[in-house]
Design a protein around this ligand. Structure first.
Ligand code: FES
Ligand SMILES: [Fe+2]
Length: 357
């Protein structure tokens, strides 16, 4: 099950070069994206309405895309505008067109009803493309259902275990932290102090340095993770009575991540690492990102292995623990959004009520 009426990341802006068609599968649907003459990105169903050849094997011609099997040409609206050897192009000669917005170095595609595609619903990635910040980018393919990746990102207690030697910094600080979880519009806000955590090696702090970190993230439907971490001298959390700090931190790190279902069994995960240039050199930003890449490979190995066990288990049952609080809330939120979408579809299909009298 997927949430259709939602924006999904189809890739980084640099994935979509001029005059190239790029194939994606999103929520089980074949999609072709291409950058048209005006510099914008278009997204169409990747299935020619003639003989069902993939349009991603086609040729970009200005704002249009030509199928390279028998030459039908499609506008970015999805309408076929040319059939070689035929004078009349019937209106039914068309493929589905998806709303697309390029924002914060990501290309977002709306997979549901185009009439509901409101760009204001796109989450704001943190400092992507800001010249004051270093930004590193990556992506990772998963053989797993997207919900297990959401679950993982909604319970960061796993940093002390899965990422013992990377993000967890050989400390139990993450496992011992207590997050506050607040519902926000189409998502959750999860905030906490992580106290007495060893400083990251990549920032070249003196050995033994520990910090208190205020970490807060919004987790937005259907799987967008926007995390800021502000580091302070140890003791800051107690001075703030464990509330959000207002003081200038020693440094701030940001990461934005997006989980996009390919289909029920495959997912792609896009992520950034951002460090402010006034606190870090480019080499430190690259060193931080190298830690991220190692850590995300650790998640990948654990979640894919978990998924294999789940697929082999006839009736998988899970034991709830207190650290599942946020992921359970998010699953409920997704269920609500998907149920509302189902109700809307059902209402649109319902026959009109008989007139009274
Ligand atoms: S399959 Fe596309 S033109 Fe024939
Ligand atoms: Fe992780």
């Amino acid at each position: 099950m997927f949430l259709s009426n939602c924006w999904y990341v189809a890739g980084w802006s640099h994935h979509f070069q001029a005059n190239h068609a790029v194939a994606r599968t999103m929520l089980g649907e074949p999609v072709v994206l291409y950058r048209s003459n005006d510099g914008g990105v278009a997204a169409l169903e990747d299935r020619c309405c003639h003989r069902l050849a993939p349009l991603s094997k086609g040729r970009v011609e200005g704002d249009d895309l030509r199928c390279m099997y028998h030459g039908l040409k499609f506008a970015r609206s999805g309408q076929c505008i040319e059939i070689p050897g035929q004078d009349v192009v019937p209106p039914c000669a068309r493929v589905r067109a998806y709303p697309v917005v390029e924002k914060d170095c990501w290309v977002w595609v709306w997979m549901g009803d185009p009439a509901l595609a409101d760009p204001a619903l796109i989450p704001n990635a943190l400092r992507h493309g800001d010249p004051e910040w270093w930004m590193q980018t990556g992506e990772l393919a998963y053989e797993a259902n997207y919900q297990y990746i959401n679950d993982n990102l909604l319970d960061l207690a796993h940093l002390s275990y899965v990422h013992e030697n990377t993000l967890g910094r050989n400390s139990m600080a993450w496992a011992n932290s207590k997050p506050q979880v607040t519902r926000i519009d189409r998502g959750l806000r999860i905030s906490r102090w992580v106290v007495n955590n060893p400083a990251p090696k990549y920032l070249d702090q003196p050995p033994g340095t520990t910090t208190d970190m205020w970490t807060s993230y919004d987790y937005m439907a259907a799987g967008v993770f926007l995390l800021q971490t502000r580091s302070y001298p140890s003791g800051a959390a107690a001075q703030c009575a464990m509330q959000e700090p207002s003081a200038e931190p020693l440094w701030t790190t940001l990461t934005s991540q997006a989980v996009t279902p390919i289909d029920e069994r495959h997912t792609v995960y896009y992520y950034s690492g951002c460090l402010e240039k006034r606190f870090a050199t480019e080499a430190q930003s690259l060193a931080q990102f190298a830690v991220f890449e190692r850590a995300f490979a650790e998640d990948n190995a654990m979640i894919e292995a978990q998924q294999q066990v789940i697929w082999k288990t006839p009736e998988p049952r899970m034991l709830g623990t207190s650290s599942d609080h946020a992921l359970n809330q998010f699953r409920r939120l997704m269920d609500e959004l998907m149920a509302a979408e189902g109700d809307e579809r059902a209402a649109n299909r319902a026959p009109p009520l008989a007139a009274e009298g």
